[in-house]
Design a protein around this ligand. Structure first.
Ligand code: 5GP
Length: 188
């Protein structure tokens, strides 16, 4: 049976992963995180099958050709990310509502396929400078990659009117509560 889809999106460094983690631990309804596939290399603190399914670029392309993805994007130059149909089905089979942490284009693609069953929520950083500082503090990306993420962020934030809901992530405690409330009211 199909359950609901909760699609959290926003620029890299907007704090959406922290918000999603809080949502998964605080929400009373059955939720589960959709683990995406990616062709990028794992970071030091990442585990295959937990953070992502890390696929070789060749295997990722094969899965595209086989029609295995609900959506996929070349989020950054040469790095593909996508949602596997079987991942969503697996979580629905467990009776869970599925939570996504994906980019803006992917969020809108899933919304088109499930207009009634899904909610799209955009997480907006205070400003681009705050976003850049977060990415620099995280120290997991090269300076070239940070620049790529910042310039993509500007485009992504312009897509805000296409989302069901926007949360300004300024004070973490406020935004975590806002996300929880929005999801609770969507699921009720
Ligand atoms: P990172 O490399 O920092 O883990 O993620 C980069 C971006 O890719 C993030 O903004 C994240 O939301 C997005 N992303 C992660 N998984 C997917 C996915 O399955 N599909 C799409 N379209 N974007 C994704």
């Amino acid at each position: 049976m199909r359950k609901k889809l909760i699609i959290v999106s926003g620029p890299s460094g907007s704090g959406k992963t922290t918000l999603v983690k809080h949502l998964l631990s605080a929400c009373k309804s059955p939720l589960a995180f959709s683990i995406s596939a990616t062709s990028r290399q794992p970071r030091a603190n990442e585990t295959d099958g937990v953070d992502y399914y890390f696929l070789s670029p060749e295997l990722f392309q094969k899965k595209i050709a086989d029609g295995d993805f609900l959506e996929y994007e070349e989020v950054y130059n040469g790095s593909f990310y996508g949602t596997l149909k079987e991942e969503v089905q697996r979580l629905w089979n467990e009776g869970k509502n599925v939570v996504f942490d994906i980019d803006v284009a992917g969020a809108l693609t899933i919304k088109k396929q499930f207009p009634k069953e899904s909610i799209t929520i955009l997480i907006r950083p205070k400003d681009i400078e705050t976003l850049r500082e977060r990415l620099e503090e995280r120290a997991s990306d090269s300076s070239k990659s940070i620049e790529e993420r910042v310039s993509k962020a500007e485009y992504e934030l312009q897509q805000a009117p296409l989302f069901d809901s926007v949360i300004d992530n300024d004070v973490l405690e406020v935004s975590t509560n806002q996300l929880l409330e929005k999801v609770n009211s969507f699921l009720s």
